[in-house]
Ligand binder design. Structure first.
Ligand SMILES: *Cc1c(COP(=O)(O)O)cnc(C)c1O
Length: 479
């Protein structure tokens, strides 16, 4: 047996490479990341390809080891050079993500130390750091001291956590599902519908509250609907309002909605996944009126805090609500429950073992300080405004509502052609060019092109490039 153990040890020690090996790998990965970042200015935002990354299957999992160089080459070819490049300043489709460099270092540090940030007693420093970040976000939203929340993997999970918390706090049982009512608008993010299904509430009544001409949820219709439902013996319990819809960046009238929620004792959730961090721009303060009345708020640091994908946040105004929904006791965790300084993420979320996400959030915020974040967000607002004005100067273009944040919609209305087809072709031309990536949407059955200025590398240069590409396309059509 001793021989066997020693033999196995020799092989298993390969999993713990020596300093020289680590240095070699580090330098190769550093070379890869430097090339990637240094080439961004000339890289496309979108690359269509026939192969579509298929060759990655050649590197399926096998017994033998493969050299890092081969893996990095394949990554570049089959992953980085196909599809949308979220690190590109030319990415203005959907809601672009970020990819701040210090977050990569934070992820690296978190993975090396592998701190277990689920439970306070296991990693008190890590849990303190994550809760400190959540409390900063709570302060940013003017939430009271009693508020807490959780760093999630994204906005969808945050929206799900909010709905589950409300379901538990309002004591909605299976027998009530058919009678409970959820209020939202046609502009709510589709992750809300997913959350409804995942949380078991598919049978709930959904009320799509009409929108005004600026695509804002109408408080009058909301209140009438709640009163009618109450009179019909139903259980109104949840309102989803948006701070910055994905389609148009529209902000629902939160103050009025909050007053209605309070009056009729409904849970108010504000989905601020895209819009929330614009609170850092002092000029926008007044737009946030009423948000602090919400019972829960979704934020998405991997959008408007420019982080790489994988970090969202749910904030819950009353800590007790989150505990009611998620706290469980397991016998094997008995050492853990005590009088602790900090609430443990595992006690207020569905996760137990989790990524130490805080490090990727904290490192860039501390290394840069808040100032450049405020500036970048304000710059994106102005860039969107600038685009909105410039596109209207090109004959034939019409625009949607004045952008409240950094999303705008526009379309070309040709004289003798089907406008939807024309705009589809325009989008395709932009995507084929690839230097800029835009996506489209449908609003009241009208096809619109969207621009979402969220990537931290998007500056005046990229907006002007987009305007040039559009003008060029029109010229080639008219030729
Ligand atoms: C992006 C977005 C979501 C979903 O967030 P993910 O991080 O993609 O899961 C939810 N709501 C709104 C308004 C969004 O913009």
């Amino acid at each position: 047996m001793m021989n066997k153990i020693k033999e196995l040890e020799k092989l298993s020690r390969l999993l713990d490479p020596k300093a020289s090996q680590r240095e070699k790998w580090n330098s190769e990965v550093l070379g890869y990341s430097n090339t990637f970042i240094n080439n961004l200015e000339t890289s496309k935002a979108y690359i269509k390809s026939e192969e579509n990354g298929k060759e990655i299957y050649k590197l399926d999992i096998e017994e033998q080891a493969v050299e890092l160089t081969a893996l990095l080459d394949s990554t570049t070819k089959n992953i980085d050079k196909v599809g949308i490049n979220p690190a590109s300043g030319g990415h203005m489709g959907y809601i672009p993500g970020g990819g701040l460099y210090p977050s990569a270092l934070g992820d690296y540090m978190a993975a090396v130390s592998n701190r277990y940030a689920g439970v306070f007693y296991a990693a008190p420093g890590a849990v303190r750091l994550e809760n400190m970040l959540i409390r900063w976000m709570c302060r940013l939203m003017d939430y009271p001291d009693n508020a807490i929340g959780n760093l999630t993997s994204g906005g969808s999970i945050a929206n799900l956590m909010a709905l589950v918390t409300a379901r538990e706090v309002h004591n909605i049982k299976a027998r009530d599902f058919e009678r409970c009512v959820i209020y939202l608008s046609e502009q709510a993010h589709h992750s809300i519908l997913k959350a409804i299904r995942i949380s078991g509430l598919s049978e709930a009544q959904l009320r799509y509250i009409p929108l005004d001409e600026n695509l804002k949820l109408s408080p009058v219709h909301l209140e009438n609907s709640i009163i009618e439902d109450k009179n019909n013996g139903l259980i109104p319990f949840y309102i989803n309002a948006s701070f910055g819809t994905t389609n148009t960046g529209t902000i629902d009238p939160l103050e009025s909605i909050a007053a209605i929620a309070k009056e009729h004792k409904l849970w108010l959730h504000v989905d601020a996944a895209y819009g929330g961090f614009f609170k850092l721009v002092h000029e926008l303060d007044s737009k946030f009126k009423g948000i602090k009345e919400a019972d829960s708020i979704t934020l998405d640091p991997h959008k408007t805090l420019f982080l790489p994908y994988g970090t969202g946040a749910i904030l819950i105004k009353d800590k007790a609500h989150l505990l009611k929904a998620y706290h469980c006791l397991a016998d094997y965790m008995q050492d853990v429950i005590g009088k602790e300084d900090e609430i443990s993420p595992a006690d207020i979320s569905a996760e137990q073992t989790k990524h130490f996400r805080g490090m990727r959030v904290w490192l860039p915020l501390k290394l840069f300080g808040l100032k450049p974040f405020r500036a970048a967000l304000e710059e994106k607002l102005y860039l969107t405004k600038y685009f909105y004005e410039e596109i209207q100067k090109i004959e034939g273009f019409e625009v949607g509502p004045e952008p409240e944040l950094s999303v705008a919609i526009f379309r070309y209305v040709p004289k003798n052609e089907d406008p939807d087809l024309f705009n589809r072709n325009l989008i395709e031309a932009i995507q084929n060019d690839g230097r800029i990536f835009l996506s489209s949407t449908n609003i009241n059955d009208v096809f619109w092109i969207r621009i979402a200025v969220v990537q931290f590398r998007t500056h005046l240069e990229q907006i002007n490039l987009l305007l040039d590409i559009i003008k060029e396309h029109l010229k080639s059509k008219l030729r």
